[in-house]
Design a protein around this ligand. Structure first.
Ligand SMILES: [Mg+2]
Length: 268
């Protein structure tokens, strides 16, 4: 039997590595518009403060590039999606997002940082592949040396002052592709840049469109359900769905088997 070896791990950023303020920025900037400049068109839409739920964000906008996401939201709420409305909403959201990042109003998920360090320790090349042009801002803002020290981890491979951005062998985030997820182009390009064939890579995603992209690309996929959406990720075809990346058996993943870690009680 030939042993299968994982040659690359490709990470989405928002919702996987960091709990980004995208959702907040999309919701809050639309609210400002609807209560302000767009008040005259409000009654003709289905928008209300309560209608923009986390589920709407996950289904309609999560994982989409900025203008696509803005257009999808405007159509969802029955608002005009012409150029002017599209740009106004997308720009307003971007300004708010930068402010939230600058103010440090986001956090990295500790399970994701442990997972990245474990893959690096196992020698698996890793890539970041977010549709967001802002992903690098998050990656550069997370200090890995501080995290490793606080976790009591072996810090030999984490240089003083290094950030999450330094952990990646390739970063395709925000690069322009002809089609966004669920098209696999961004992931296939990431695999190529890691010098790996698609079937030897695993994609880690929190969005249904991202899992669909991984499946379309012929890659293994792990769905991380941080918002009670295990079912959607499983139905999209994820090989493994977890609520924390700590649940993944990294030793077996490195051998191309995306499976859960055995519970501690089994090991006793
Ligand atoms: Mg995501």
């Amino acid at each position: 039997m030939t042993e299968h070896v994982l040659r690359g791990a490709i990470f989405d950023v928002d919702g996987v590595l960091v709990d980004s303020p995208h959702e907040h920025a999309w919701r809050e900037s639309l609210r400002e518009l609807m209560l302000g400049d767009w008040a005259p068109i409000r009654d003709r839409s289905t928008w209300s403060e309560d209608a923009f739920t986390p589920a709407v964000y996950q289904e309609v906008m999560s994982g989409r590039p900025r203008f696509e996401g803005a257009g999808a939201a405007l159509r969802y709420f029955g608002l005009p999606d012409d150029d002017e409305h599209l740009h106004t909403y997308a720009d307003r959201k971007q300004d708010l997002l930068i402010r939230l990042i600058d103010e440090g109003r986001f956090r990295a998920f500790p399970d994701a940082l442990r997972f990245v360090l474990a893959l690096r320790a196992a020698g698996v090349p890793i890539a970041a592949a977010s549709s967001s042009k802002n992903a690098f801002r998050f990656l550069r803002a997370v200090r890995m040396d501080v995290f490793a020290r606080n976790e009591g981890l072996d810090t030999a491979s984490v240089a003083e002052g290094s950030t999450l951005s330094d952990m990646f062998d390739a970063d395709l985030s925000g690069r322009d592709f002809a089609r966004g997820k669920p098209d696999p182009e961004i992931f296939l390009t990431a695999a190529a840049e890691l010098d790996a064939s698609a079937e030897d890579c695993v994609v880690v995603e929190d969005a249904v469109s991202g899992i669909e992209a991984a499946v379309a690309g012929g890659m293994l996929s792990i769905g991380i359900a941080r918002a009670d959406d295990e079912r959607g990720l499983a139905e999209a075809g994820a090989d493994l769905v977890v609520t924390s990346l700590d649940q993944v058996d990294v030793d077996r993943l490195v051998r191309g088997e995306p499976v859960l870690r055995r519970p501690e009680s089994d090991l006793a």
